[in-house]
Design a protein around this ligand. Structure first.
Ligand SMILES: *[C@@H]1O[C@H](CO)[C@@H](O)[C@H](O)[C@H]1NC(C)=O
Ligand SMILES: *[C@@H]1O[C@H](CO)[C@@H](O)[C@H](O)[C@H]1NC(C)=O
Ligand SMILES: *[C@@H]1O[C@H](CO)[C@@H](O)[C@H](O)[C@H]1NC(C)=O
Ligand SMILES: *[C@@H]1O[C@H](CO)[C@@H](O)[C@H](O)[C@H]1NC(C)=O
Length: 174
């Protein structure tokens, strides 16, 4: 067999297996909160339902003043009896991350949203910020089946200004 074709077939088969055993992820709620409404006005923060098991999240907000100091606290919670911290709890310098992409965990989240947000540039951030029709969720790490909550809190100049919570259900090997 032609070597290249062999590779192609092997790769195709692998891709098929990966796709057909893709875990099931569905966002079930998204909540946004501005802790400083004179700086951050949230216009829109909602899920859109495509079907019973497919949703997209949409966020639209305006920063009334530019900011060049952004820290992001990323925390993942898993539901047992109530939500308990799970695996990810990291705070990083968002402006530095946008220059260096220097945190592998946050990079996973960044890779999911980079194409559908207005955030793909270095600091400062100003004006309208959007996450539009975000639905392509591929989690490249194994997670146990369950209900999760991803919390992102944004600090400008050391003070919490904005938070978003994304609730999702994850089912292994559907
Ligand atoms: C709230 O936002 C204003 C800018 O609109 C800023 O000057 C002020 O420092 C912020 N307050 C806090 C507690 O960060
Ligand atoms: C963002 O929300 C505001 C207020 O609802 C709206 O006027 C504006 O059109 C929205 N922008 C986009 C690009 O969706
Ligand atoms: C996803 O939706 C389809 C059609 O609406 C349904 O047949 C299927 O069972 C659903 N899957 C899950 C995991 O809910
Ligand atoms: C993000 O910005 C960089 C630099 O401007 C650009 O090369 C890259 O293609 C952008 N990526 C996306 C997903 O827009």
């Amino acid at each position: 067999m032609d070597f290249k074709l062999g590779i192609l077939l092997a790769f195709g088969t692998m891709a098929f297996l990966v796709c057909s055993e893709a875990p099931f992820v569905k966002m079930t709620n998204v909540v946004c909160e501005s802790y400083n409404k004179s700086w951050i006005a949230v216009h829109y923060c909602r899920l859109k339902a495509y079907s019973r098991n497919k949703t997209s999240s949409n966020i639209n907000l305006t920063l009334s003043e530019p900011t060049s100091n952004v820290f992001v606290h990323v925390k993942l919670m898993k539901k047992y009896n109530g939500y308990k911290p799970f695996l990810v709890d990291v705070t990083l310098d968002g402006c530095q991350f946008m220059r260096k992409r220097n945190n592998p965990t946050v990079k996973i989240i960044w890779n999911l949203i980079k194409d559908v947000s207005t955030l793909n540039h270095t600091c400062p951030y100003r004006g309208l910020q959007m996450l539009s029709d975000f639905h392509r969720i591929e989690v490249p790490v194994p997670l146990p089946t369950g209900d999760y909550l991803l919390m992102l809190n944004f600090l400008f100049f050391g003070k919490k200004q904005f938070g978003t919570k994304v609730y999702f259900t994850f089912v292994e090997d559907l």
